[in-house]
Design a protein. Structure first.
Length: 715
């Protein structure tokens, strides 16, 4: 809510106005790492000590009901980035962002209704909502910015109607602060700091002064007279006369300060970029630079202090932080890794592995279908690019210089080959428990026939970098690389022949075959497909762009890209559906599991998961016109669901019926029915919006009859 990054984001949005319209049948992707999600968060607000909300990129809204211990994803019904949030109570709040987006909820974020702001000027619809400030349930202010202009809108009827206010010539405002219904301030700046002030509820705003100080990100008043403003390069200003004059305080830092907050009249904090924060113990007169206690660089966009004095902050790449003891100690949610995923491999529907490359290496393992991951890294941190398991215990990794192996499910890894020529191994594939292949730089291709004890180099056409390898059976395999390289073997790697590529100058990044004839290749120039074993490769009609991975399971396939783009095909690549943006984190890893779940991974430890919408199992919905002859409770459909599912039951006579939903602990979360019903068949909707992903139970109770069934909410 209070950071210059938002102003930059608003500029960037102008460049994306012609983005592609998303096709139908989008999938619901769930964040697995980082948790609760990895999109940048720009605003945070806690209306009470336990309930809090944070908003961010691509329509992200998350909510906590337990003081930040856990967070749930809410449905904002928008793909636009949300930059600001303000809650009047635990249930009533507002969120705003790109393209004059303004939404309101009155039920704690379950439903968000659009609010229309005035569009009096030609470009009003392009204004980004930088900040929202409500002084009570009826009166509120919204600050907008577009190119070289700022606007303030005011409502006195809870968002029903709005009036436009002038900004006294200040053009780069990005933060609001009101002391009461009449007295308020706005701050920002571009080439210098801007501060404006009103004493009559915004009927008139006065430019206090244009200062030769850095641009400001936040402004905060401890009381009617004492105010603090802060911004770029560690700039902290102070006023002791109600904002009429401002002087620069003794800030020792060069960090950008995004937000200012105080836990009492003396103790305050400046939070922003870097791994340090500012602190004052004398009401802002002097500031010291303090350490959070971690070495990783962070960028926080907004922070809030609750009435209990607990501090919560949110920032780039979904980072959340809190302090329960007034800034003495700080904690962030546990993230299994922040390194870039390069490959994912599952050995069954539950057990999978991922490796990290493109920087520091890491090895991750899950045994619960990706819901939780552990790091298996020990003493080495070199990049790793390919992983393949031959059974539940035995696996291999291709990495920088080394080929590694485990015989105990990844608990321990050891080298089975180390290159003396500094070769970088990029991928690994095994056709049986003994026979495997590793490829890499300089066109290197090595083969083992004794489970990695010895490796023999093969001669391949050209000296290209090979990036991906795929075997259909023990004899037939393919590998691809730079300069459009496609090579094929039909004799278990004894010889390799080149195949013609339409992308002769492109870097081919992955190859995947679904049968002996049908294969797919991803590249920096697009996607290729063959239906005759590689004799001919054709360019597919996919959305423009470069792709790092492509994988198919029968007719269903996905491709991912370095800008977070995800595309899907449900007809073997004839046509492609561009998915709504989940993240702009680069995606480099992809795995389509046998249980129809799709996993993608990329920068900053990103791991997301979905099931194709078209493959979600649903029950048939038959209309029953006659009176049923027995009590019956059917399985809900769809199942899994997000967020709405139908529950159908039948009763043969008039009865008092109770239908309730419980969470996995047995706690009742909603009563769907509790009334007398006539004989017949009934369908009841259950909306899981506002509830966390997981297993739920629904129970039908009728006089002398009770039945319970299980359902899965997957967000």
């Amino acid at each position: 809510m209070k950071n210059l990054f938002k102003m930059y984001a608003a500029f960037m949005m102008i460049l994306m106005l012609n983005a592609a319209v998303f096709a139908q049948l989008p999938d619901n992707w769930k964040w697995l790492n980082p948790s609760p999600q990895g999109n940048s968060l720009f605003g945070i607000d806690f209306p009470d000590n336990n309930i809090g909300y944070s908003v961010g990129a691509f329509g992200t809204i998350i909510k906590t009901s337990d003081a930040g211990n856990s967070w749930d994803q809410l449905n904002s019904n928008t793909q636009l980035s949300i930059l600001s949030v303000d809650f009047i109570s635990s249930n009533e709040g507002y969120a705003g962002g790109f393209n004059q987006l303004l939404k309101k909820t009155t039920d704690g974020g379950i439903v968000w209704n659009d609010i229309q702001l005035p569009r009096e000027g030609q470009f009003d619809s392009l204004f980004s909502i930088m900040d929202i400030e409500f002084v009570n349930s009826n009166m509120g202010y919204v600050l907008g910015f577009f190119q070289l202009e700022s606007k303030i809108w005011k409502t006195i009827d809870g968002g029903g109607t709005w009036t436009t206010q002038t900004t006294a010539g200040a053009n780069y405002l990005n933060t609001l602060h009101f002391l009461d219904e009449n007295n308020g301030y706005a701050a920002g700046g571009s080439l210098g700091s801007e501060i404006i002030k009103t004493t009559n509820g915004g009927s008139a705003w006065d430019l206090v002064q244009f200062y030769d100080y850095p641009a400001l990100s936040d402004i905060y008043f401890l009381d009617q007279t004492t105010g603090i403003a802060a911004g770029e390069n560690g700039c902290v200003l102070m006023s002791t006369n109600s904002g009429i004059n401002w002087v620069q305080t003794g800030s020792p830092s060069s960090m950008d300060v995004s937000t200012i907050l105080f836990i009492n009249a003396n103790t305050g904090f400046g939070i922003g970029s870097g791994n340090v924060f500012l602190k004052t113990v004398n009401g802002g007169v002097n500031w010291s630079e303090e350490e959070y206690g971690w070495s990783t660089y962070r960028s926080f966009m907004d922070a809030i202090v609750t009435s209990e004095g607990k501090i919560h902050a949110a920032g780039l790449y979904g980072i959340l932080m809190r302090s329960d003891n007034g800034g003495v100690n700080w904690e962030t949610p546990v993230t299994v890794t922040e390194n870039t995923l390069s490959e994912i491999d599952f050995i069954d529907n539950n057990t999978g592995y991922a490796v990290c490359g493109y920087g520091a290496g890491d090895i991750l393992k899950t045994t619960d279908a990706g819901e939780t991951w552990i790091s298996q890294i020990t003493t080495y941190h070199t990049p790793m690019y390919g992983i393949h398991f031959t059974d539940a215990e035995t696996g291999y990794i291709a990495g920088s210089i080394d080929i590694k192996k485990t015989t105990n499910g990844g608990t321990n890894w050891f080298n089975v080959f180390s290159s003396l020529q500094n070769e970088i191994f990029t991928d690994v594939a095994f056709t049986n428990s003994n026979t495997g292949y590793v490829i890499g730089s300089y066109g290197v291709l090595k083969k083992t026939t004794n489970a990695g004890q010895n490796w023999i180099s093969s001669v391949t056409p050209g000296g290209s970098i090979l990036t991906s390898i795929c075997f259909i059976n023990e004899n037939t395999g393919y590998s691809v690389g730079d300069f459009g390289t496609i090579i094929k073997t039909t004799d278990a790697g004894a010889t390799w022949t080149s195949q013609s590529s339409p992308f002769t100058m492109s870097y081919l990044t992955s190859v995947d075959f679904t049968d002996v004839n049908t294969g797919y290749i991803s590249s920096g120039a697009g996607l290729l497909k063959t239906t005759n074993g590689g004799d001919e490769w054709l360019i597919m009609n996919a959305p423009t762009g470069g792709y790092y991975k492509v994988q198919f399971r029968n007719e269903f396939g996905y491709a991912v890209a370095s800008n977070g783009k995800i595309i899907k095909s449900i007809d073997a690549g004839i046509s492609w559906i561009e998915q709504p943006t989940v993240t702009n984190n680069g995606l480099y890893a992809l795995y389509f599991n046998s249980d129809n779940y799709v996993y993608a991974g990329g920068t900053r430890g990103t791991i997301i998961k979905t099931i194709p919408t078209e493959l979600i199992v649903t029950s048939s919905e038959n209309s029953i016109t006659e009176i049923p002859n027995s009590f019956k409770l059917k399985q809900n459909y769809p199942n899994p669901f997000n967020p709405v599912t139908k529950i159908e039951f039948s009763i043969p006579k008039s009865e008092f019926v109770s239908l309730k939903v419980f969470d996995i602990t047995g706690k009742e979360i909603v009563t769907l029915l509790n009334e007398n019903l006539n004989p017949g068949s009934y369908k009841i909707n259950f909306n899981g919006e506002g509830h966390t992903s997981g297993v739920y139970f629904y129970t039908l109770n009728i006089n002398g009859f009770s039945e319970t069934k299980k359902m899965l909410l997957l967000k």
